[in-house]
Design a protein around this ligand. Structure first.
Ligand code: GLU
Length: 449
């Protein structure tokens, strides 16, 4: 890249940092994209003239609101709710809600920013958004979760709708929460409008495969990467960090493709099972009991639980970070390489730090970013919206086949874009450039918006 172009991008980045002080995760997500765009801007100077980067990096709308609720003892709590509606050039705003104590504006903005490009890569007509709250669902009763969700929706319902903004789940927001949120939306609006939210239960307008989609999609994409190198999951030892929705269904698909997942984790510790993680036990603990994974050891005495352990210390062939942002740093990347890991693909959003990505890439480890690899979740949300719009329910196999086609399309787009820009095999650059160009090309014809 020419030094003039480098300076121009640097200046834009500095302006974004100054305008959004303290939002370090948002800065990181923006930098990761901007660092790969120089070659595109040389080819398309109109993107610079049109101030496309500056426009895309400024959300169309940001909503921050109070969420008061009462716990089971009668004590009042006040949380903060967010919805950042980043971009609606490709379709209605679309993206999940995260309930986690770490949530603040900088996290929601990094997630919303990534969502724009991820959603564009799916090829479906969906814009980008994200929302959530600093509410901590850990240890809360069902009734408390319900009261919180109802209070959250009392404010959020003003800003969403099937043609406006369609939330879904993310960390801390699963089927149970989506049910409470949808139920409250229905009451407040007096409308049965299933297209307003995705990840719904099958009893009230959900889609088969949505629950499995992010994890399955990740493994389909990873399998395609491995195949390009003449490899497969067959006989591979795999680590999957996390134990939420993405991790569970990534583990399921790895096992179906002949790999062995030997460890998973939560924010308290790591479970290692040399026989392969028993998924029925994980599903029981996480999906039904809503408990911590240390319980696993009481069902499988040979398994080892390490409090505060680091999952990346365990030798593996393939590592799938499916927990949270910045969970895999340079030190972890070096350990993975030393232990012979050949592939790292992201189920979570931005789980690998920028330095760790460089270490992986420069050591020839196959790497692909979450905005490409975990897009199966939101893509299947778009399939749920399609079914809702035509009041239909598709079979599991049909929906799964659509998911596989979408993941194949994303893989091909990233792969070919990397070739076009003379960085073969660099899925990071391929994903960023392809996602950005799709949004840019949809934005220009709409005028100055
Ligand atoms: N939270 C998921 C993501 O990061 C899914 C969003 C959705 O289905 O709208 O893409």
């Amino acid at each position: 890249m020419s030094s003039i172009m480098h300076e121009k991008i640097e200046a834009i980045y500095r302006q974004i940092v100054n305008r959004n002080p303290g939002e370090v995760e948002f800065h990181q997500a923006v930098k990761e994209v901007l660092d790969t765009l120089g070659v595109v801007l040389i080819k398309h100077p109109e993107y610079l003239d049109q101030k496309l980067i500056e426009r895309i990096c400024e959300p169309e709308r940001q909503i921050i609101f109070r969420v008061p609720w009462v716990d089971d003892k009668g004590e009042i709590h006040i949380n903060r709710g967010f919805r950042v509606q980043f971009s609606s050039v490709m379709g209605p705003y679309k993206g999940g809600l995260r309930f986690h104590p770490s949530v603040y504006l900088g996290i929601i903005k990094f997630l919303g920013f990534e969502q724009i490009f991820k959603n564009a890569l799916t090829g479906m007509p969906i814009g980008g958004a994200k929302g959530g709250s600093d509410f901590d669902p850990k240890g809360k009763s069902d009734a408390e979760i319900m009261r919180f969700c109802q209070s959250f929706m009392i404010e959020l319902h003003h800003y969403i709708g099937e043609h406006t903004d369609v939330p879904a789940g993310d960390i801390g927001v699963g089927g149970r929460e989506i049910g409470y949120l949808f139920g409250q939306y229905k009451r407040l609006t007096n409308k049965f409008e299933p297209g307003v939210i995705t990840g719904k239960g099958m009893a009230y307008g959900g889609s088969l495969v949505r629950k499995e989609a992010t994890g399955y999609g990740l493994v389909y994409f990873t399998d395609m990467m491995l195949k390009m190198k003449g490899e497969s999951f067959e006989g591979k030892t795999v680590l999957v960090s996390g134990s939420g929705n993405v991790a569970i269904y990534a583990m399921e698909k790895v096992a179906q493709l002949g790999g062995k997942v030997v460890a998973c984790s939560d924010s308290d510790g790591v479970i290692y099972d040399a026989d392969g993680i028993n998924l029925d036990t994980i599903k029981l603990i996480k999906e039904q009991q809503h408990k911590r994974i240390k319980e696993y050891a009481s069902y499988h005495p040979k398994a080892m639980y390490k409090e505060k352990g680091v999952i990346w210390d365990i030798p593996c062939d393939v590592a799938l970070p499916c927990a949270t942002q910045n969970e895999l740093n340079t030190k972890h990347a070096e350990t993975l390489i030393k232990n012979g890991c050949i592939c790292v693909t992201e189920g979570a959003n931005m789980p690998t730090t920028p330095d760790a990505i460089s270490v992986l890439q420069s050591n020839g480890v196959l790497y692909a970013p979450g905005k490409a690899t975990n897009a199966g979740g939101v893509a299947t949300s778009a399939l749920e919206m399609q079914q809702n719009a035509c009041r239909d329910t598709w079979t599991f196999d049909y929906t799964d086949a659509r998911l596989q086609t979408i993941m194949r399309g994303i893989h091909q787009t990233c792969y070919e874009t990397a070739e076009e820009y003379s960085v073969p095999g660099n899925y990071l650059i391929g994903a960023n450039i392809a996602g950005f160009c799709r949004v840019a090309n949809a934005m220009i014809p709409l005028g100055l918006i």
